[in-house]
Design a binder for this molecule. Structure first.
Ligand SMILES: Cc1ncc(COP(=O)(O)O)c(C=O)c1O
Length: 484
């Protein structure tokens, strides 16, 4: 039961404002999925979840490592000797082995071109916690961060809800593949100044969510020059660093500043996480790497509110310092992502659907402008509702990413198995065929031997609450719960 109006009055402004983002119409898609989730045998006509930026392509590699390294867990016969020490560990600096391993791993995922100092690594609950924490360190309530659009929708929750920072979009356009130009940065900055908004920094997601593309070296240099000239911070969310599956390779801000003569390092901060690159969103491992000593010192104290559990740190210290495993994992993960991406985009091309050229991420930025009844955001919403209710795919409309042009949709492709991707492609092709008058693809009954295709996680990006979990959802039963 919801809170009554009088009940709400008893709570704080933060508790009762809507910056958590859950009231957006975007959630209709999640609800549609949640009340009617696709299952290959139990519910083959259900909604396929393509709104979840999860990397489920390589868990087998981690499982194999776990089997071969039982001592890496304190909850096995082989590892239990460490149980007391690790269970009691609570230093907010984190286990030294963990910080060393993360620094080493971050260097590997940036092509070995930069070294990271383990003493500058701060922990938080996922990149979600990291982005919030860095805002608490850098901006006062009411101050603002520039953010190139389209952008990750939950930045509104992470930056605006509790830190009460404002977001000022830097509009990017399809005419140049949504590249961030100096002109667009200057325009947004100038406009904010005219509106008396104090800009404290710029937050950049590289590789981009939702575009699935990387920011090139020249653009990064120009962004670093821009923030230096304005004397504002640059927060680079590099959560998708190791999802780059084809050229051009990923260039981290850490590499760019290494080669620049004039850069105030106190302005540079990197946010990272193992949620996407390693497919471990449930572990809640978020990292802040700041070049600013004050931020490191204050952020470390603040990290008390969202530490990574020592059990997880201990396990990851062992996993990530196994160089042989990490090299194999990164290579294989990129190969599987490339394969999935090519398969998916080629499937779309068969009905002339194009996507923005991309080389990274767990999604495509699909161009459906040709299917809009009118070139407006209302037209986009109309099409989106048809896709959810009739085509039965939960994709995400561009407007939820603050895209400045209607008709773009983000489609996630790495959170399901091969068979489910093919079913989704068939549905899209049948729908587009019907819409454009070309011969629709025959609608066959789906094979009944498909594997269970998605995880139990039902909330991501714009924050889902547990109350949205449906009894119909295909959640695997935990071995800890006794069968009734
Ligand atoms: C750009 C970006 N930043 C942060 C996050 C949050 O990640 P985490 O699960 O590590 O909190 C996401 C998740 O989708 C993301 O896409």
């Amino acid at each position: 039961m919801g809170l009554s109006h009088r009940g709400l009055q008893l709570l704080s402004n933060i508790a009762t404002n809507d910056k958590h983002g859950e009231n957006s119409p975007y959630f209709d898609g999640w609800k549609a999925y949640d009340t009617n989730p696709f299952h290959p045998t139990n519910n083959p006509e259900g909604v396929i979840q393509m709104g979840l930026a999860e990397n489920q392509l390589c868990p087998d590699l981690i499982e194999e490592w776990i089997r071969n390294n039982p001592e890496a867990s304190i909850c096995t016969a082989e590892g239990v000797n460490w149980f007391r020490y690790i269970a009691n560990f609570q230093d907010y600096h984190g286990l030294p082995e963990f910080r060393n391993a993360v620094a080493n791993y971050m260097s590997k995922t940036r092509g070995g071109k930069v070294k990271f100092d383990p003493d500058r690594i701060l922990m938080s609950g996922g990149a979600t916690g990291a982005n919030e924490l860095i805002m608490f360190c850098l901006a006062n309530p009411g101050e603002a961060f520039l953010v190139p659009s389209p952008f990750y929708p939950a930045f509104i929750r992470d930056l605006c809800w509790r830190p009460r920072v404002q977001l000022v979009p830097v509009e990017c356009h399809s005419s140049n593949n949504f590249m961030i130009t100096r002109e667009a940065l200057e325009d947004a900055y100038k406009k904010a100044k005219e509106d008396n908004i104090n800009i404290k920094g710029l937050i950049l997601t590289n590789p981009s969510n939702p575009l699935g593309s990387t920011v090139d070296r020249e653009t990064l240099r120009s962004i670093v020059s821009f923030i230096n000239e304005k004397n504002i911070h640059l927060v680079c969310d590099e959560i998708y660093a190791a999802t780059v599956f084809r050229a051009p390779c990923f260039v981290s801000v850490s590499e760019v500043i290494q080669d620049m003569e004039h850069c105030n390092l106190n302005l540079i901060h990197i946010v990272y996480s193992l949620s996407k690159d390693m497919g471990l969103p449930g572990f809640r491992v978020g990292i802040i790497y700041s070049y600013n000593d004050e931020v490191v010192s204050c952020g470390r104290k603040m990290s008390s509110f969202g530490l990574v559990s020592s059990q997880t740190q201990y396990f990851l210290a062992a996993l990530l310092s196994d160089d042989k495993f990490v090299d194999k994992y990164l290579g294989e993960s990129a190969r599987r992502l490339e394969q999935r991406h090519s398969h998916f985009t080629k499937g779309l091309e068969k009905v002339n659907i194009t996507c923005l050229p991309s080389n990274a991420g767990l999604f495509c930025w699909m161009n459906l402008r040709g299917l809009l009844k009118e070139q407006t955001f209302e037209g986009e919403m109309m099409l989106w509702r048809v896709i959810i209710n009739e085509v039965k795919l939960n994709v995400s409309p561009g407007s939820s990413f603050n895209c400045s042009e209607p008709g773009w949709f983000r489609v996630c492709f790495a959170n399901m198995d091969d068979q489910t991707v093919d079913i989704a492609l068939k549905r899209i092709r049948a729908f587009v065929g019907k819409e454009t008058g070309s011969k629709p693809v025959e609608h066959k009954r789906w094979k009944s031997n498909l594997r269970l295709s998605f995880s139990s996680r039902r909330f991501e990006e714009n924050v889902m609450s547990p109350h949205m979990m449906s009894p119909h959802s295909p959640m695997p039963r935990s071995p800890l719960v006794k069968a009734t």
